[in-house]
Write a protein that binds this ligand. Sequence first.
Ligand SMILES: [Fe+2]
Ligand SMILES: [Fe+2]
Length: 153
Amino acid sequence: MKYLKYKEIANNKEINAYLQKGNANLGQLGFTDHSKAHCVQVAHQAGKILKRLGYSEHEIELAKIAGYMHDIGNAINRTHHAEYGALLANDLLKETDMSLEDRITVIAAIGNHDESTGSPEDVVSAALIIADKTDVRRSRVRQKERSAYDIHD
Ligand SMILES: [Fe+2]
Ligand SMILES: [Fe+2]
């Protein structure tokens, strides 16, 4: 895989397969929607935040890539999905022309996006954490029964 553009990441077959499986797994657990729609929203918001704050096009691109890939670890396990996702992303991005430095920035952001185990490490990581919290579409809620709601609902 040759790339370094967000667009190619969003159309990557393997990444989208992880997202699809992760979203299906979370559906079984009664979680909100974590599909491609969620990842596109997070990617755009992360980019928008850094653009508004005057960061470079390059940092914006990295935030969008991390934003799109941030939940791929749900394909493996919800608990520690951030860390599993970072490792999956590392394998995927290793096969691209992305620089080692950029790859580490992206995987650190993914690995730290869940506040139960991670914390903001740099601007890309901070933008991802905030962007992840902005996806509050009512259509994300999959539980019909109010008593079964979790924190995301
Ligand atoms: Fe997540
Ligand atoms: Fe998320």
